[in-house]
Design a protein around this ligand. Structure first.
Ligand code: BGC
Length: 367
């Protein structure tokens, strides 16, 4: 190569390097703390692709399902919401329809006749822009045009991930709009706290849910509008119980959800200092505590995973090899005015928070 060409090549590499992701892997950003915890995120769909935490023997294990390459998250390659930052409306809107200020909106129906997770090209399938990045935090931005997936108003939304020194991932969501709309953002990580999703089912983990009620669904996974006490049902996790204990129960709600795929009505009432959900893996000793200022949480026990998706390390993700804790407004609130509203108007800022805090327990217990 001529000296001049060499000079320009070197210049280009320096220029590229200055805006390239900080991690070794292209298109992935890795947050790290002093304790050694690492969280890797790709701007495509704002997806958390790995979370490395110490198990009870201080060995770092990866506790979420995901892929090694960004392209594996493209919907043409894999239809999954692994690790995603979902928008503009997480969960379902009945028959893809809602009325706001007297105007009816029609949304794509991508799930049993309903609109799920903001439609087939929701934000989880879009490339977010990286607006801030350092070793402890990553701030992503998305601009969703007026009419995006049928929703009104141009929305500018941010998802910020912060890794704390105490081994917690704090996720904060913010959005503004140019016209009245509905917003409900969440994270769709599939957790497997054993670090070994090839062999460990979440059915063998202990779950605690700080909720006295849940919202039942019909056979199309749509909330009926009822708020039902968990008392004497397989949905009562107010004392830690093994997920597998009642997941096959002879119960209409378990059948309708194909397992657990329901919204719990949290008793935390928006208090971020109270645990909403805890999961403990007896095998690894890893404990996850979820905190949120939202009124609800969708607990989805990976019922639709069927081994057809191959993830990190060539592992085929089988049914219940991961569980999601999606902090949220209750499903279909745009059609259920009696529930906490998801409406966002110009001049207001939508804010929502979720913390995934990791620790270890010596034995299989939650406290
Ligand atoms: C829903 C499931 C759905 C899954 C897809 C969950 O939030 O509740 O029914 O299959 O998302 O990722």
């Amino acid at each position: 190569m001529k000296p001049l060409n060499l000079f320009f090549t070197a210049l280009c590499l320096v220029a590229l390097g200055s805006c390239a992701p900080k991690s070794a892997q292209e298109n992935f950003y890795t947050l790290k703390n002093e304790a050694g915890m690492q969280v890797t995120i790709t701007p495509f769909g704002g997806r958390i692709s790995s979370i490395l935490v110490p198990d009870r023997n201080a060995k770092l294990i990866d506790v979420v399902l995901g892929f090694e390459k960004m392209e594996d998250y493209y919907p043409g390659n894999n239809q999954t919401d692994f690790g995603a930052s979902i928008g503009r409306y997480a969960n379902r809107i009945a028959q893809g329809r809602f009325t706001l200020d007297g105007v009816e909106y029609d949304l794509p129906k991508n799930n049993f006749g309903h609109c799920l997770h903001g439609g087939p090209s929701g934000w989880q399938y879009q490339l977010y822009e990286v607006v801030e990045a350092d070793s402890r935090h990553l701030k992503l931005k998305i601009v969703s045009p007026d009419g995006d997936n049928g929703f009104p108003g141009e929305v500018t939304a941010y998802t910020t991930y912060t890794l704390t020194e105490g081994n917690a991932i704090e996720i904060s969501y913010e959005a503004v709009t140019t016209a009245p709309t509905v917003i409900n953002m969440t994270n769709h990580s599939y957790f497997n706290l054993s670090g070994d999703p090839a062999h460990h089912s979440v059915c063998d983990d202990l779950l605690y849910v700080n909720a006295s009620a849940f919202t039942p669904v019909d056979s199309t996974y749509m909330t009926t509008g009822e708020i039902r006490p968990v008392e004497s049902t397989p949905f009562d996790f107010r004392e830690p119980r093994l997920i597998g204990e009642r997941i096959g129960a002879d119960d209409t709600q378990i059948r309708n959800g194909n397992g657990y795929d329901h919204n719990w009505v949290l008793d935390t009432k928006g208090d971020m200092t109270e645990i909403a959900v805890s999961l403990v893996c007896p095998e690894s000793g890893v404990k996850l505590d979820v905190y949120t200022d939202e009124p609800g949480i969708q607990i989805y026990s990976g019922n639709f995973l069927d081994g057809s998706i191959t993830g990190k390390g060539g592992v085929k993700y089988s049914q219940r090899s991961g569980i999601c804790f999606e902090t949220q407004k209750y499903p279909d609130t745009p059609n259920k005015p009696q529930w906490p509203s998801a409406v966002l108007r110009p001049g207001e800022t939508y804010r929502s928070h979720c913390t995934f805090a990791f620790s270890t327990v010596a034995e299989s217990k939650t406290e």
